[in-house]
Ligand binder design. Structure first.
Ligand SMILES: Nc1nc2c(c(=O)[nH]1)N[C@H]1C(S)=C(S)[C@@H](COP(=O)(O)O)O[C@H]1N2
Ligand SMILES: [Mo]
Length: 339
């Protein structure tokens, strides 16, 4: 294998440092592996030098990175992109995050517990891909993703993006409203929730091997009122082109008034059901990740405040400190859903 940029020798000492510091912190704080790997490392503990997957030290069987830095390059444009901008979501109160920064700083636990998901995602093939629509619905059907996109009208929207870990970005998504899909498939009146399921394939997703104790596949859920809210988007693109793999190709959920983990990536199944579904993070750590998980500055995470956030524009390690907005600034669209 050719030597890659991240194999620069001076980084090795740094990796070890980071590992030792991290391990020291864990011991001092008495936190278990869920606390470390729960998607929840507070920003101040992130080290800009952190270049190695901590899971590697916990389990020497972890796969070597398969990606090259080029993997993080934007996908080529296609006939669907760029899509027309929805005028209601054409501006924001902050600049957009740099595309490259967003592509190199991701949460996607199927591939890595670090932010360097792009390094581990080469073997993942988001096409061909099908999305099963099933459950309490008049028109159940399994769609090829490109056939489904062809039935929908794509649009671009600028949204705030707020992770429960207290970092945030501003992202131009392309996609279609989930409401348009609901209109197409016609759920029965007995449908009260939507459950979405990601893929399960440990041969391409090292995180599904390393954390075989996690409740894979990743699942998420919304109430029908949330699913049909004007804001709720099924995104197939970002920054005016197709989604790169690390952002959840070929289709992922975007619910900008909720914490980012609700925005399930690489969806394979959308089911209409009558009872509130179990979801990945809510099953794993229910007291930290509620089913609703709306962005609320006054409601702290059990291990850190949510009153402010680190807004990332050009440098994930020097974010701009900003006050958290109620419902991430989308109260006018969603406040009526919550009493
Ligand atoms: N399938 C899947 N979807 C996922 C995650 C994940 O680990 N697996 N992480 C979530 C979290 S915590 C966040 S903040 C967002 C990050 O999306 P981005 O990498 O496109 O910014 O994806 C969410 N969707
Ligand atoms: Mo997140």
């Amino acid at each position: 294998m050719p030597r890659k940029k991240w194999h620069l020798p001076e980084r090795q000492a740094t990796d070890e440092d980071v590992y030792l510091n991290r391990r020291k912190f864990i011991r001092q704080a008495g936190l278990g592996s869920i606390a470390l790997l729960g998607g929840c490392i507070p920003e101040k503990l992130l080290n800009p030098q952190q270049l190695v997957d901590p899971a590697k030290f916990l389990n020497p069987q972890v796969a070597e990175p398969t990606a090259s830095p080029e993997t993080a390059e934007p996908t080529p444009p296609s006939e669907w992109y760029p899509a027309p901008v929805n005028e209601a979501f054409a501006t924001l109160d902050r600049p957009l995050t740099d595309e490259r920064v967003a592509a190199l700083y991701n949460n996607f636990y199927e591939f890595s517990t670090t932010k360097e998901v792009w390094r581990f995602i080469d073997n993942f093939e988001p096409r061909p891909w099908t999305v099963e629509i099933s459950g309490l619905v008049q028109q159940p059907k399994t769609y090829d993703i490109d056939d489904l996109i062809g039935l929908m009208e794509l649009e671009e929207r600028l949204y705030r993006h707020r992770c429960v870990e207290a970092w945030s970005m501003a992202i131009p998504w392309t996609g279609f409203p989930m409401r348009a899909l609901v209109d197409l498939v016609q759920p029965l009146s007995s449908a009260r929730y939507v459950r979405m399921t990601s893929f399960f394939n440990p041969t391409v997703a090292p995180g599904q091997w390393d954390r075989s104790d996690y409740p894979w596949p990743y699942t998420e859920g919304l109430t029908m009122a949330e699913a049909t809210n004007e804001l709720t988007l099924l995104a197939t693109g970002i920054y005016g082109h197709e989604l790169p793999k690390q952002h959840g190709a070929p289709v992922r959920l975007v619910t900008p008034w909720k914490y980012g983990f609700k925005g399930i990536k690489s969806i394979t199944k959308i089911e209409f059901i009558s009872e509130q579904p179990a979801t990945f993070w809510n099953s794993l750590v229910p007291r930290e990740y509620s089913f609703l998980s709306n962005v609320e500055p006054e409601v702290p995470h059990p291990r850190w405040s949510q009153a402010t956030e680190g807004f990332i524009t050009t440098d994930p390690f020097n974010p701009e400190r900003r006050p958290t907005l109620l419902y991430n600034g989308y109260a006018e669209y969603v406040a009526h859903l919550y009493g």
